[in-house]
Design a protein around this ligand. Structure first.
Ligand SMILES: C[S@@+](CC[C@H](N)C(=O)[O-])C[C@H]1O[C@@H](n2cnc3c(N)ncnc32)[C@H](O)[C@@H]1O
Length: 466
């Protein structure tokens, strides 16, 4: 973008003119406005006129630790210096939960995608020592501004180190020295965090991003103490009408680096619009609005788990409801008593014109629109069967779940099924749905209670990206 246009846009932003008015005046969209701000100020912030925030309270009001695998924060959290100004910063409830569960006072917390310093502020408030790294010097400056407040006068002041650096190369940090990593990577190609910096991972396409995140995962494994934890928040993307499961692929890179999964948490996103225009489009063009991210908690451990082979069973009283309210996002919230009926009714209503089929191995039907595998059961056989019996453009929906072994580690059948079918010529992953099954208030156990399942929705004979 030429400098004079960028200057004018930033001037208007500083004068408090809304993005809508700026858009109209200069004929630019939100992405270009963000580009102008990042180009001129070095950071992607939504409100350049209000960098410094007046502190009302240092703690969240009535905070409770999360106890189930579906996290949903109605407000983003505004205590201390937290605010939504830095684009893509995470809600402080996330690092607060992670820090409280997986570290103790005096430990060292590392965030190598430090951004505006949300994890840094939480570490300071919770008396953890902190190392924050970011590729963008202006983000590090913003973190310093956000850390410029007096914390609890009666607690020792933790050590906070902030520096410009690259998460792919943590050579200044000794191996086995960090107690907790807590970080939110930039998504491949979604929000631009800096201007013209090729080391910024947000400048990479999906393939390039995954190659680089592999290096970050290896460094994470090296610097973390044995048995310690590494928490990463990452979501999926959409290309045309199909989902790109970037979350599972990124988690896969951390597993390849040697980590095991301690928890796989679903973080609901509330910024997606689910009424009017978007609801209608989700039905008309048959796609679901992305409404979740994954918070993977990895453990550096050599423990090997044995898992019982569990598959979801269909309850006897299950009924198809033709009048069901059609879900429009990737998170479907049902009650433990009727979730199967509601989930399957949704699949039937959205994907099947006439002929749905529940996969049972022995079915002889052919030329159907939709096959549902409540399971996952006999995946290889089910795919062969679906290849033969589904119409072109037909849908195969597979129910999957996470299970916990006796040492407390998680196995995700959804990740296994997705990995097994990656690159399959006959089927493309179209949607990745989260079923959040409400079951009253979970007990406050050492392990988080698993309250979600997945539906992997494949479309026949449509190649990814086309
Ligand atoms: C999603 S933001 C993190 C936001 C942060 N959690 C917060 O709440 O402010 C991702 C950050 O990663 C940084 N980043 C991108 N590539 C990087 C790299 N190679 N090494 C370190 N930081 C990088 C970006 O500058 C951006 O600040």
């Amino acid at each position: 973008m030429n400098t004079s246009l960028a200057e004018k846009i930033v001037e208007d932003k500083k004068n408090g003119i809304s993005d809508k008015e700026i858009g109209k005046k200069f004929g630019v969209n939100l992405k270009l406005i963000e580009k102008a701000v990042t180009q001129q100020l070095g950071v992607n912030i939504s409100n350049p006129s209000k960098r410094k925030k007046k502190i009302i309270s240092l703690d969240p009001q009535s905070f409770e630790l999360e106890t189930s695998t579906v996290w949903s924060f109605k407000s983003r959290g505004k205590w201390a210096t937290h605010n939504g100004n830095y684009r893509g910063n995470w809600s402080p409830y996330i690092p607060r939960n992670v820090i409280l569960r997986y570290s103790k006072e005096g430990d060292i917390v590392l965030d190598y995608f430090c951004g505006g310093g949300t994890t840094a502020v939480e570490s300071k408030l919770l008396n953890r020592n902190f190392i924050g790294i970011d590729i963008n010097s202006s983000a590090i400056e913003l973190s310093k501004e956000n850390l410029d407040f007096d914390s609890d006068l009666f607690s020792p002041n933790p050590s906070i180190i902030l520096k410009v650096g690259d998460a792919r190369n943590l050579s200044t940090i000794h191996e086995n020295s960090i107690d907790l990593i807590c970080a939110h990577p930039p998504y491949a190609d979604i929000v631009a965090y800096s201007h013209g910096n090729p080391s910024d991972l947000s400048s990479r396409d999906v393939g390039g991003f995954l190659d680089e995140i592999e290096k970050v995962a290896r460094e994470s494994y090296r610097v973390l103490k044995p048995k310690a934890h590494c928490a990463i928040l990452i979501g999926d993307m959409r290309k045309n009408k199909n989902v790109i499961p970037l979350g599972f692929w990124t988690i896969g890179k951390y597993l390849e680096a040697g980590f095991k999964i301690k928890e796989l948490i679903i973080k609901r996103q509330h910024n997606c619009k689910t009424t009017g225009f978007w609801y209608n489009n989700s039905v008309k063009y048959n796609f679901l609005l992305l409404a979740h991210e994954y918070l993977a908690i990895f453990e550096k451990t050599k423990t090997n788990e044995e898992y019982e082979n569990r598959t979801t069973a269909l309850s006897k009283g299950f009924k198809i409801d033709k009048e069901i309210y059609l879900e429009s996002t990737t998170v479907w919230i049902f009650n433990k008593n009727d979730w199967e009926g509601k989930a399957i009714s949704n699949l039937f209503k959205r994907y099947s014109a006439k002929k749905p089929l529940l996969y049972k191995n022995s079915a002889k039907d052919a030329s159907v629109d939709l096959i549902v595998n409540i399971g996952p059961k006999n995946i290889d056989a089910c795919f062969k069967y679906s290849e033969k019996n589904l119409k072109d453009g037909g849908i195969l929906a597979i129910f999957c779940e996470d299970t916990r072994g006796k040492h407390g580690l998680i196995k995700s059948t959804a990740m296994e099924v997705e990995k097994g079918l990656r690159g399959n010529k006959s089927f493309t992953l179209k949607e990745l749905v989260i079923l959040s099954i409400e079951n009253g208030k979970p007990k406050n156990n050492a392990d988080i209670e698993i309250t979600h399942k997945y539906i992997l929705i494949y479309i026949k004979a449509q190649i990814n990206g086309k």
